[in-house]
Design a protein around this ligand. Structure first.
Ligand SMILES: [Zn+2]
Length: 425
């Protein structure tokens, strides 16, 4: 088998050319700008569409203008394998976040085309729209629309820079907005045999460990209090002695410290968890350098691959807020929370990829994904889903993100090996 795997090689020259074209057409100053349903994302779609047509792949778009580039299999009616990721970026992002997954898929299909190898079922590279919720405060626009599951009211959400609605921006790049609104599905879960996504890692774990690839176990869910408050009483910072204070800042920082201790405790028990207070403010209309603060506003962001752990942390936040509020004479109102469930990726696919990686002498470790990915949507619709992370220096969502082409090649090789061993016959 090793001989077969070595013969079928992804087209890395094509991949390098596509990364170069993407950078050239979508760089704005220092960083990359491929805004969801805007000019930058459209330019990226035009580039990969042209590459797919040059490879004689079948090319289709759905109502939300997700792009499907298909290598036909022997049995056209059999459920297909989808290799996907997104082509949009954040404002002033890097060239690899999202695009690496689409280009890995195309490099893989180009290699298979060249060797005239035909899979048992169709293999489709999907370039997904609107994954970065920085432009619209909506998660997974493209992949949800592909399954006919984008909530109609989300079409009214406005884009952060233009102030125009999602529906308006979608129409501008040729979407059939009414079909999306009606929830017409292009993908049906039972017609998808498996979903695979290659993506750069967005944290330094692989760099730190000196390992080129990660095999993702699950994608963390997110339980977030966006508008938590602590109400105390404003007072004179010189005049009020300790027993008369109802200090909102002191109480809020005490709550944060206790929750950090709880995070450490859960982590030491072996649970997957991250906890962040990304925003913490006093009210500029009332605060001052010589005042005890009477109010704070903050965000609690709790993420884990295990929803029981997220709920345990939520319960800790509620009971600690009560206890600290009582002790310090303040009142916490955490408000309502938003929730996205964790996605569990397919165990059998991961084990198979681990086996293939070792046969190819590519070091790979299992790891959780902290950030959200379209794979979470496919997994939630019941499609067996897997993700390969590529080692990447300097994080993502910034122009400095750095992926070595040698590591990308390893990911594309593993993807090719997976398809060849899974879909031969
Ligand atoms: Zn991404």
């Amino acid at each position: 088998m090793r001989g077969v795997l070595k013969e079928l090689v992804p087209d890395i020259v094509l991949a390098e050319r596509l990364f170069g074209e993407l950078a050239m057409r979508t760089r704005r100053g220092k960083g990359i700008v491929r805004e969801s349903y805007g000019a930058g994302e459209q330019a990226a779609h035009d580039i990969v569409r042209a590459a797919a047509e040059a490879l004689s792949l079948e090319v289709h778009a759905d109502a939300a203008q997700n792009l499907y580039m298909t290598l036909p299999g022997k049995d056209r009616r059999a459920p297909s394998v989808i290799i996907g990721s997104h082509l949009d970026s954040v404002d002033q992002g890097g060239n690899y976040d999202g695009a690496a997954g689409v280009i890995a898929g195309l490099a893989c299909l180009a290699g298979l085309r060249k060797s005239r190898w035909q899979p048992v079922c169709d293999v489709t590279v999907m370039a997904i729209r609107g994954e970065e919720s920085v432009w619209f405060d909506v998660s997974y626009i493209g992949s949800m629309a592909a399954f006919g599951a984008l909530a109609p009211e989300e079409l009214n959400v406005t884009r952060s820079d233009s102030g125009r609605s999602l529906a308006d921006h979608m129409a501008q790049v040729g979407c059939n907005v009414e079909a999306v609104r009606r929830g017409e599905a292009y993908l049906r879960p039972e017609r998808v045999r498996a979903y695979l996504e290659v993506h750069i890692e967005q944290a330094p774990l692989l760099i730190d460990q000196g390992i080129p690839l990660g095999l993702v176990t699950g994608i963390r869910g997110d339980l977030r209090y966006r508008d938590a408050r602590c109400y105390g009483v404003y007072g004179h910072s010189g005049a009020l002695s300790r027993q008369y204070r109802r200090d909102a800042v002191a109480a809020t920082t005490a709550l944060i410290q206790c929750l950090n201790d709880e995070w450490l405790r859960l982590e030491q028990e072996g649970h997957d968890l991250v906890f962040t207070v990304g925003e913490l403010t006093t009210d500029p209309a009332h605060h001052g350098p010589s005042k005890v603060a009477g109010e704070t506003k903050f965000v609690l962001d709790i993420r884990s691959t295990d929803e029981d752990v997220m709920y345990a942390m939520r319960d800790a936040a509620c009971s600690l807020a009560d206890d600290i509020g009582r002790d310090m004479g303040v009142r916490f109102d955490l408000g309502s929370h938003t929730y996205s469930e964790p996605a569990v990726l397919d165990f059998a696919m991961r084990k198979k990829m681990a086996l293939l990686a070792s046969r190819l002498d590519i070091p790979a470790i299992e790891m959780a994904s902290g950030a959200g990915h379209d794979a979470a949507v496919f997994a939630q619709f019941g499609v067996p889903s897997g993700m390969i992370f590529i080692r990447n220096d300097k994080g993502s969502h910034n122009p400095e993100e750095a992926m070595a082409m040698a590591d990308f090649e390893h990911a594309a090789q593993l993807l090719t090996a997976y398809l060849v061993t899974e879909l031969e016959g």
